[in-house]
Design a protein around this ligand. Structure first.
Ligand code: SGN
Ligand code: CA
Length: 538
């Protein structure tokens, strides 16, 4: 072969190889998405938010290296509906999953399905809390309903399997295994890494049973709230740490201070011998000391707060460890630069504010949820976003990053350009709905609007009451200012804004009635089924 021919041959070979690589290269450049969601993780319990309660060094890395959102809120502060909103990008009254009880329709569009159809590899690992086999995932491993902290069962690609160990660690190990060994490295990935923790009843991992043993936590300033200045809904809820939390299930006592069995012993039945022994060795002396102290009144209330918050924070320690392991892997594998990492929770949670645990209300602690996003290619380290974003925005945002046009009926907005600092134009108000009543914790049905400063809420069904709060002068929402003449104009504006949003998103009194009817019918059907089962068993 002469020199010229050789050059020509080499050039052709180079051109062919470049040409054949081109589509794959383009695919590779699409960003990966790692979506981390925990369950009931209050922003007050992430150190990057500055509440000084605990340390979450790994979750905090996302804020240091990316963005922290201070006003990220949900559309409906409860688990399964929140996840349905995440997947579909549609409000509950459109996607149909308005409460934890009624079924979810997996056949509708969701963002993982759209990513999958566009060359992504997708995985869902952990808690999804939506019945049926997940759709839109190449690999799925999900808990049954709420799932268990110890030795949980998972449905792996449609088949049930029991796993030995601690749920949070199993979910992290499975996530790492998928990233390292199971996915196709030639495709961009979207992985949903969902922890059950720190959901009730806050069972810590064996290695953290003694964490915080030598600390006493002060409850929030409004822990002993008497709800004066609020409406009926705040008075009639059943979610008080010192009032509704249970001696067994929540405070992990085998017998209550009067010596009555609590039923907690049954919960230890699913533990193996070693887990049970470690557990009892940790709790028995603490429980005995509590009984010996013979506490009452506020002292007892503060003991209950401490038992609650310590267990809650202990479960978060394992979540944070897992985030650290996964972030380390992304770095080691050279994936950190081109992976969007999101940390959020399905809603916020009360850590003793107003005396409560649980969520559901449109008041700040449950309405707002943590949100941290890292994507070094577009987001500057140390970004802080104070605008009102919602879980409704996730689906359109991820599709935007992946270069896919969001379907016209998706309701959220992509926050890609907002978080990149390319625009500050954003919505000035968000819409909220809550339906699960009458039910556990007895939080009444309501809907409302929040602007950056004010909130207007309508409680309905068995009451008809309006509440309004000025978050600037009353950030803890202790004083309902509805009908306060000083706010007459603001009140009028909020009513107008609420009507506009209900129209914009397609909500109405008819919708509220429709979902009330289906909820009550569902409750009746469950009662009937239970009665039939009981009769059969007798
Ligand atoms: C369970 C909990 C409740 C909690 C709901 C919904 N009780 O019923 O405290 O409000 O889940 O939570 S427990 O006895 O199971 O601990 S959600 O996050 O799934 O919506
Ligand atoms: Ca939840």
């Amino acid at each position: 072969m002469n020199q010229l021919k050789l050059k020509f041959f080499l050039l052709m070979a180079l051109a062919i190889s470049l040409f054949s690589c081109a589509p794959q290269k383009q695919e590779e450049q699409k960003p990966n998405i790692l979506f981390i969601m925990s369950d009931d993780h209050a922003y007050q319990a992430i150190s990057a938010y500055g509440y000084g309660l605990n340390k979450t060094p790994n979750i905090d890395r996302l804020a240091q290296e990316g963005a922290i959102f201070t006003r990220s809120c949900v559309t409906n502060s409860i688990c399964a509906p929140s996840r349905a909103v995440l997947l579909t990008g549609k409000h509950s009254f459109i996607n149909g999953k308005v409460d934890n009880a009624q079924p979810f329709n997996w056949d509708q569009d969701n963002f993982p399905k759209l990513l999958q159809a566009n060359g992504y590899q997708t995985a869902m690992i952990g808690k999804i809390h939506l019945d049926g086999v997940p759709q839109g995932f190449d690999f799925s491993m999900v808990l049954r309903g709420q799932g268990h902290y110890y030795n949980p069962e998972f449905m792996v690609n449609g088949e049930w399997k029991r796993f030995e160990g601690y749920c949070t660690d199993i979910v992290t190990e499975t996530m790492l295994d998928w990233l390292k060994n199971k996915r196709d490295p030639n495709k961009p990935f979207c992985a949903l890494y969902h922890q059950k923790a720190p959901h009730r009843n806050w069972k810590p991992a064996p290695k953290y049973l003694h964490l915080y043993d030598d600390v006493t936590f002060d409850p929030p300033a409004n822990y002993f709230d008497d709800y004066e200045g609020r409406g009926t809904a705040a008075h009639t809820q059943e979610m008080k740490v010192d009032g509704h939390a249970l001696w067994g299930h929540d405070f992990k006592m085998l017998t209550d201070p009067d010596g009555n069995e609590t039923g907690f012993a049954n919960e230890l039945n699913r533990f193996n011998e070693k887990q049970k022994a470690d557990w009892l060795a940790a709790y028995t002396p603490k429980n005995d000391a509590m009984k010996a102290a013979n506490l009452s009144g506020k002292e007892l209330g503060i003991w209950k707060f401490n038992r609650y918050i310590k267990d809650y924070l202990r479960t978060i320690k394992s979540v944070d460890d897992g985030v650290g392991e996964v972030l380390d892997y992304l770095e080691e594998a050279g994936l950190a630069e081109n992976t969007i990492v999101v940390y959020t929770s399905d809603q916020g949670f009360y850590l003793g504010e107003h005396g409560w645990f649980d969520k559901r209300f449109m008041y700040e602690e449950s309405f707002r949820t943590p949100l941290l996003v890292r994507f070094p290619k577009e987001i500057k380290a140390g970004t802080k976003i104070n605008k009102l974003v919602q879980n409704l925005d996730f689906a359109p945002t991820f599709l935007d990053y992946a270069g896919i046009k969001a379907p016209a009926d998706m309701q959220g907005e992509s926050f890609r350009h907002l978080v990149a600092g390319e625009t500050s134009e954003w919505r000035d108000a968000v819409y909220y709905t809550y339906y699960e009543y009458p039910s556990v914790h007895m939080v009444k049905r309501h809907y409302g609007v929040s602007t950056e400063r004010y909130k207007l809420i309508h409680f309905y069904y068995d009451i008809d009451e309006w509440e309004m709060y000025d978050l600037q002068t009353d950030p803890s929402e202790m004083k309902n200012i509805y009908n306060d003449p000083a706010y007459a104009e603001v009140q009028q504006e909020l009513h107008t804004r609420l009507t506009e949003l209900r129209n914009k998103y397609g909500d109405s009194d008819e919708n509220d009635q429709k979902y009330l009817n289906s909820y009550l019918a569902h409750q009746e059907a469950v009662k009937k089924r239970q009665a039939e089962q009981k009769a059969q068993n007798n």
